[in-house]
Design a protein around this ligand. Structure first.
Ligand SMILES: [Zn+2]
Ligand SMILES: [Zn+2]
Length: 339
């Protein structure tokens, strides 16, 4: 029988702090690769809260022709811009995930609140998942690469598997260490869903009060279901289509591309090769024809003093700074988290 005392491995010394840290990093990496692996999509591992919510929002669109109103359409278009461009593109993405600018407290609260109303989850989860995407872009461990999981995985299916609280804890510790303990982030972490449901109820009540129950339902169907479905696919195309089709201004290590129609639908985020090449830049359009509507709002915030230290120096040539900027960024967030 093996396993006698003489065969037991006894370490000659205890691991050093840096060795322990390396082991932890390897274990964290492995856990996150596993958490976002396509194999996680199984019937017994579906996040039914997310999945049924997304199905419900899509199904609600079928009621849209029967509850059409011009007020509903206007609410839909305005809320699409407010939640998608201001909330997601400006707030969650360029401000929170990439620190492309600094915001005064009122603007910060406002843009993050708009992000919560988009129905794309909490600011912390969004920013952490997105930073993971930039670090592992189109490699093993990318949460939504069309080259790893296929086009449908990158577009929508990656949202369906249930992920453990342990993997979320690891992701927060690794990717948003400087944000996770901020009271404002914890506030939105606990309340993001309440804002969304309150928004829906407010639309129902306002429409009902203005012009009866049909108007209330019209505002919910158009202002929530149609608006969110359109905004979901606008942002999801950034994960799927702009890693598959379009042209490249920069030689990045990933497959990111610039795709004009996604840039229109997603308020500038379709210039995705520009963004991967220089992720901390506030403007996503780098050529004169690359229109970036979100950049206009950032300029407005800067003009009224709500945004400052805006990173807007456009680069020359085709050289991408994705790897260098990523390393510098990781050091910055570690330093900020230690402060
Ligand atoms: Zn990308
Ligand atoms: Zn990004």
């Amino acid at each position: 029988m093996s396993g006698t005392i003489s065969t037991l491995a006894v370490p000659d010394r205890l691991p050093t702090a840096s060795e322990l840290k390396k082991q932890q990093t390897v274990a964290d990496n492995e856990a996150l690769i596993q958490a976002f692996h396509r194999d996680q999509l199984r019937w017994n591992n579906v996040d039914w809260v997310v999945t049924l919510f997304l199905i419900g929002v899509h199904l609600g669109c079928f009621a849209a022709p029967f509850f059409f109103s011009w007020t509903g359409l206007i609410v839909c278009v305005v809320m699409h811009w407010v939640t998608c461009s201001i909330g997601i593109c400006l707030g969650y993405h360029r401000y929170l995930a990439h620190k492309a600018m600094k915001l005064r407290a009122p603007a910060e609260f406002g843009v993050l609140l708009c992000g919560c109303l988009s129905g794309e989850g909490s600011p912390l989860t969004w920013a952490a998942t997105h930073r993971l995407h930039h670090q592992k872009s189109d490699q093993n461990g990318d949460p939504h690469s069309p080259y790893i999981g296929g086009p449908w995985w990158s577009h929508i299916l990656w949202l369906f598997p249930k992920r453990s609280t342990e993997s979320t804890r690891i992701m927060f510790r690794r990717y948003v260490p400087e944000l996770v303990d901020r009271p404002l982030m914890q506030f939105f972490e606990k309340t993001f869903a309440i804002w969304l449901w309150a928004g829906g109820l407010a639309l129902l009540a306002t429409g009902w009060a203005l012009d009866g129950w049909r108007m209330g339902v019209s505002l919910v169907v158009w202002g929530m279901c149609v608006r969110m479905t359109a905004a979901y696919h606008s942002t999801w195309f950034v994960n799927s289509a702009t890693h598959l089709w379009g042209y490249r201004n920069y030689d990045t290590r990933d497959h990111s591309r610039n795709l004009w129609w996604v840039a229109i639908l997603a308020y500038g985020e379709g210039w995705h090769n520009n963004h991967h090449a220089h992720p901390s830049l506030a403007p996503a359009g780098h050529k004169w024809w690359e229109v970036d509507i979100t950049w206009w709002s950032i300029r407005l915030l800067r003009a009224i003093g709500q945004a400052y230290d805006v990173k807007d120096r456009l680069p020359q040539g085709r050289r991408a700074d994705d790897v260098k900027e990523q390393q510098e960024f990781e050091q910055t967030i570690l330093r900020d988290s230690a402060a």
